[in-house]
Design a protein around this ligand. Structure first.
Ligand code: MG
Length: 291
């Protein structure tokens, strides 16, 4: 008798004993080939899944290490090479596909949150929009494409990183939105203080917060103090749960100055795992409500 034959005999004997017990307890008859297939395939699938996550995490890490300027330039270059000019919808879709490919960790709002932004713009029809944090221009493009071309409506995006600001401008121009969106390369704190002077606008109807998370609340309070917001100004804020802005969330959900609705949505985390996040939509009710 060969060694392998003996091995098979032992395996079959052991399996017969185990499958007999399983059948007695559960009434289910096990098949040796099926069991061997499952035992072999499951670890392979788990390994592939883990490898996919490791690959995504490494890609995300490299994206972050290369800096937002490099990633924003790469994203806009990809869009310009793969989309037709003057087509915002195509550019947005192309950015979503690039992010899904895992080639770059874009940390943009994406399609699901983007639809929430679209609904807010369609519902409130803002004339002046102020965005804090432009990155490569995805959300600026998303909002600007829905602004009315007839009533002097415009989005002003404040982006502190010079390369990101340039990418943002390039994308908006490529998509034919440069008449409805202007990028200001400045820190939000300075831009808010100089907003009237730099834009000739006296108030804002919508604010989009998607910049440095610890600055959400201080910059919202700067906007309140500046007098730029009026009762009815809508404040959209991304990443309420992931990475999270608990102080901002607490403020807009408890202050009588705001009526806030939280929209739960999904986003892809640093490691490529789908994670819960929220976008908040807050309507500013005015300072007189804080009593
Ligand atoms: Mg964000």
């Amino acid at each position: 008798m060969s060694t392998s034959g003996s091995g098979n005999g032992i395996l079959e004997g052991f399996f017969g004993s185990v499958s007999g017990s399983v059948e007695r307890w559960t009434g289910i008859e096990l098949n040796l080939s099926t069991v061997l297939l499952v035992v072999g395939v499951v670890p392979v699938l788990l390994g592939l899944r883990a490898a996919g996550r490791i690959h995504r995490t490494v890609r995300s890490g490299l994206s972050l290490l290369s800096g937002p300027g490099t990633v924003s330039r790469a994203a806009v270059k990809h869009i310009m090479e793969n989309c037709e000019p003057g087509n915002p919808e195509m550019a947005l879709k192309c950015a979503d596909e690039l992010d899904a490919s895992g080639k770059h960790f874009l940390i943009h709002i994406g399609e699901e949150k983007g639809r929430l932004f679209d609904s807010a713009v369609r519902e409130h029809r803002p004339t002046v929009v102020l965005e804090l944090g432009g990155y490569f221009g995805y959300s600026a493009l998303r909002v600007a494409r829905l602004l009315s071309a007839d009533d002097n409506a415009k989005l002003y995006s404040m982006e502190i990183n010079k390369e990101c600001a340039e990418s943002c401008r390039t994308l908006l121009k490529f998509c034919g939105m440069d008449d409805r969106a202007e990028v200001l390369n400045c820190a939000a704190q300075d831009g808010i203080a100089e907003f009237r002077e730099r834009t000739g606008r006296s108030s804002v109807d919508m604010v989009v917060l998607d910049h440095w998370k610890p600055l959400y609340l201080p910059d919202l309070k700067r906007l309140e103090a500046s007098g730029l917001m009026h009762p009815g100004t809508v404040v959209l804020a991304d990443n309420i749960l992931y990475p999270g802005v608990p102080d901002y969330k607490e403020y807009v959900t408890t202050s009588p100055k705001y009526r806030t609705v939280m929209h739960t949505c999904k986003m892809t985390s640093f490691t490529g795992v789908e994670t819960d996040d929220s976008v908040s939509v807050s309507v500013y009710l005015g300072e007189q409500s804080d009593r």
